[in-house]
Design a binder for this molecule. Structure first.
Ligand code: MN
Length: 240
């Protein structure tokens, strides 16, 4: 049995093929898994647990079916769906994970993150990230009507520049110094993250120790999964 990691599905009503592939993945490979970790940006947009649309409800129903089947599912916030909260957990049976988090996989401690916090070359984004992760900002945003929240998230109207810009930006790659700091802080030699949509496995030395950074891919044109079992990690694409 393997532990599965995915991220950056960006499920959205406008891209039904992604939802279909996700539901099929949940009903087949994920059913056999030891656990499923979704490392952020499951959804293209999440403006509150009270505002899910039909494609989001379909994905949640698929997760519920998986967790009811006995496969634990863990979800980390991404920069698109950082407002996933307790009602989502109740509906899906999934648990929200803190970012960053060290998970021990088959004896190996692995630092897992969404990855946006590592993109420190984009200072404007990091400022916005700090703003929208603030509890007061989130309370204020969630107090708006669902329609207002959707309009802001979709940048459909001229509203708060902060709100809009937080949802729409070009993704820069990770900063090597931030990667090193994260690994040093966690005391691990392996880092696993998504967000950048640049799937790959990178080997490098840090403080004289061999380190590995594994990056999950997005699901725009195909699926991407990391399968981790007793033989180690294997990054694969899921065609459709
Ligand atoms: Mn992201």
């Amino acid at each position: 049995m393997a532990t599965l990691f995915i991220s950056d599905l960006h499920i959205d009503a406008a891209r039904p093929a992604i939802t279909e592939q996700f539901l099929s993945f949940l009903a087949t490979e994920a059913r056999q898994a030891e656990a499923l970790y979704i490392l952020g940006d499951l959804f293209e947009s999440w403006v509150g647990d009270d505002a899910a649309d039909s494609s989001q409800h379909d994905a949640i129903a698929g997760l519920k079916s998986l967790t009811a089947h006995g496969v634990p599912c863990f979800v980390m916030h991404g920069n698109r769906d950082f407002l996933l909260a307790q009602q989502f957990c109740r509906m899906s049976g999934a648990q929200i994970l803190p970012d960053p988090l060290t998970v021990t996989l088959y004896g190996e401690p692995v630092l897992v993150m969404h990855g946006d916090a590592l993109c420190t070359d984009d200072r404007a984004y990091q400022q916005l990230r700090a703003t929208v992760r603030d509890a007061d900002w989130q309370r204020e945003f969630l107090a708006l009507s669902v329609a207002s929240r959707r309009a802001i998230a979709g940048a459909a109207r001229v509203g708060s520049q902060v709100h809009t810009a937080a949802m729409e930006y070009a993704i820069t790659d990770v900063n090597a110094g931030s990667v090193a700091a994260a690994l040093r802080g966690a005391g691990t030699t392996t880092l696993l993250h998504g967000h950048t949509h640049r799937p790959g496995i990178h080997h490098f030395d840090l403080d004289g120790r061999p380190c590995t950074r594994i990056v999950l891919g997005d699901w725009y044109d195909q699926g991407s999964v990391l399968r981790w079992d007793g033989n180690g990690p294997q990054l694969a694409f899921l065609s459709r």
